[in-house]
Write a protein of this length. Sequence first.
Lengths: 320, 435, 341
Amino acid sequence: MNTMSHKLLRIEDLVLHFKTRLGTVQAVDGVDFELDTNRAVVILGESGCGKSSLAKAILRLLPRNVQKYSGEVYLQGTDVMQFDEEQFRHNVRWAAISLVPQAAMNALNPVIKVGEQVAEPAIVHLGVKREAALNLARRMFQHVGVPEDFLERYPFELSGGMRQRVALAMALVTSPSLIVLDEPTSALDLLTQANIMNVLKRIKQELGTSFILITHDIATSSELADEVAIMYAGQIVEVGHARDFFPAPLHPYAQMLMASVPRLRSESDPMFITGQPPSLVNLPTGCRFKARCPFRFDKCEREPLMFGKNSRKVKCWLYE
Amino acid sequence: MLYYPSAIVGLLVVFLLVFTAIYAMIKIPYNEAIRLWRGGEEVWYQNPKFAPPAWFNLFSSKKYSESFAVKTSDGSMTREVTPGAQGTSTMSIAYTFDFSYDYYPQELILYFTSSYEEKQPFISAEWLTPDGRKIRLVNMALSQKQTYRFSQDEKLKTRLRTEEVIPYLFSDPETGALVKGEYQLLITGAAFEPDADINVEFVSHGQVYGLAGTDQARRDLVVPLLWGAPIALAFGLIASLGTSVLTMVIAALGTWYGGWIDELIQRITEINLVLPFLSILIMIGTFYSRSIWVILGATILLSIFTGAIKSYRSIFVQVKESLYIEAARAYGASSPRIVFLYLIPRMIPLLIPGLVSSVPAFVFLEASLAVLGLGDPVLPTWGKIIEDANSNGALYRGYYYWILEPATLLMITGLGFAMLGFALDRIFNPKLRDV
Amino acid sequence: MITELRDLKMNTPKINEPQALLTIQDLRVWYELRRFGFGHAGYVKAVDGVSFALAEGETVAVVGESGCGKSSLMKTILGLNIPTSGEVVFDGENLSGLKGDGLQHYRFKVGYVQQDPYGALPPFMNVQKILEEPLIISGMKSREERLARIHKVMSEVKLHPVEDFLKKFPHMLSGGQQQRIVIARAMLREPKLIVADEPVSMLDASVRVEILKLLRALQESHGLSVIYITHDLSTVKYFSRRIFVMYAGSLIEKADTRQLLGNPLHPYTHALLAATSDPEARNAETFKEVPPGEPPSLVNPPTGCRFHPRCPRFMAGLCDVKFPPDLEPEPGHFVACWLYQ
């Protein structure tokens, strides 16, 4: 097999359903997308659309109440869904894909020096000695812009921005080819956010890493995005290159979402979307956006397919 | 709630206990319960001592004899009176009973009451066995009240040539084997005055008694077992409610007002934490009063300033900073209003499960104090049964029922409340739910 | 040097417009730091020499990063903090002299919209109870009167039909609905001033604009004064006539929204604007210019201009020595920066 032709990551029909007392939560319901090496895809969605669950599904970090977990996840041509837990832990998690979870900066262990914490994944996943791991951590601190002497500090001695950089270094230390970032800049200040985005861009340039950036912050996401995927009610409804998407989104939801973003440098009057997204427990049949869509017509009663070609696809009957 | 089996079981147990408590209070009113519990021989003369419950026979191939008591005054013993000349009368009293047990009764007793003016009535008693033997028991003149204990009659012993009267009466004199069948007690009396009268009560102290058995003072254990329920529930619930609510209110006030109030509460708590709780209760019980109310009050007071106040405080410190409290301040809510309507209600989901789960601890505390001899001197409680059992050496004398009955009830109570508490905790604090 | 500083402060333009609803004059809010609970260990100078006036019906945005003192300023205006020095005069009443009942009445007159609507609503009360509370506290005895008021305010915030919402608890509502309840609560007692602390930052993008537009509609129809506190410059122009930029306890730039966005003067304002992204694909191709370092500690702020350690246009011997006064390089555009001397 010619590995050169393989995408870094290809996800096909990924499904993750949870069982709760209220019923089945269809958090991730048939998601497909691809990602090349040294590219960044932004998964944009509002709260409760299942975007965080998608991150968990990719890294197979599943809670206990999983009802259904299926689909194919090809990592450089290998279907890692076939791996057992031990293989997955050994070959995928952190070795190839690492995660910066939501609010990672507040998830550092308060009683362990940050240097040790950054070195830990290297010891666990790469099997290197402590000294070598600390050296790796030192290198990663340079990449993320944390002064080297911070290795010896405890999390509480660092500002929020610095802690977020440390969390990034933890994800980087095993030199994964892909990093999944779950809301990496929310709860950070404006200038700190800009700093973190700069760091991510630099890592992408210097280390050739790919990113999956999961966020609800549309404006900030554009700082890193090569590709954009819009998620709505557990599904990806539009995916395309950032340079095509940002000026002219296709899906009605994406259009309205983009129109709702206040802009500093334009006089446009932002719009809002009436109604609320459907509950993931009780999803409507057909197009999931139809209740809020100004363009809905008869066909919307049936589930739309992904239309379009090449990198630009949209799940809407308007583009049939 | 129905999703949690433990909640259902717990709730069932608690309901059952409450039902038992109400039943006890209706069936045996308080004064009656106290009279029975404190009564001695004159209340409980009909009962054997140390008798296990009658349902022991269900699990035993050899049957223990059950107790009974019959008397002429209520007709359970037949009495025929035949008037004679010059105001005299003769009467014949008989009682026939079926004896099909494998063990002898502890004792047979006749309680005579007679009325006369000058001349004492006279009776003679005879024992008829199933194999047709007739044994003369006693001939005697009666005083107004007279008790005749079969096993204590020295004349009878001599006559029968045995030290063990009761076994003799129930066995074949040749083989010594126990004879089952219909026995009859025949008493013939003679009164010599027109208004003279004789009444007899025949009591057999068996080997087993009633639903719960008896103790050293012949008391039916049903009484303290039933009445233990309302007392245990009342003590546990009042102590738990009082402690939890007061702890919470004090913690909330301290956290909200801060400053010296908070300091004072913290220091009192720290001092109280190093004070020996049980020893203080023992001292109060020994030197001041063993009344359950005094002990209850002391328990609540000593339980307020404990670790719970610190953990509530740590949560209140967070709640105090929450946005909705800030909003309430901003729209002008007064401090007391914030403490009672905004801070404390936030904690109810923590309070209720904690309150329910801490009931058993207080129930056990009351029982422990009773076992240590510091139980309420008046009230019948489960702890007191254990204390009595313990001081009468129930365990090495083999009276397991005596300890197991109250202990089982204590354990069921504890388990019921604990299960309900844990389930409530999960319901009120969904973070604990195993999703 | 201390006298010099004082002199400079004295020179700040006196703001004494007759129609001012809120006048803040040289306000300081310092918190004492204590060591081991009693020893003095300095002050957190959260608000340090802030002056401005707000006219009736005027909207102003206070923009700054976390820890710049904007929350302390806001809480002082709400009557929740006690000013260390300086004057806060609201509707003819001086906040410094108020205690007990007076302070309570002061609080009745200011509405407060918080950042996190879910946290701002007591989770154990239903909507009706939540909205009745401020009315009960301000002495509205009749239940009918209260309900009538609640109905009116809830329809103003467009929670239709009102009856459907009254018995609901906060967790049953969506974020947007929760925030409407918070706004309704702020509007209940017909305040003249609303303080809105990041009212939309916790909401989803599609709801954000809806809430901002609602706030603006209410502001216009009731002639409200609004202080809008935010870190997000992109929402400001939809809402506020003026912008104040706050850094390390003081307002470093005050101007009309258009003036400030079009012609930012202070280097810090420049940095904030540069860091604010619009959703454009080309953003990914360039790095952002971000001033180095982080906002200073409010306990030991830098001498002179507090931004000087991070400032790209720092002038040694001036910026690190003297605190810059409020300068007015163009009419109505105040900036505390030595560049415009």
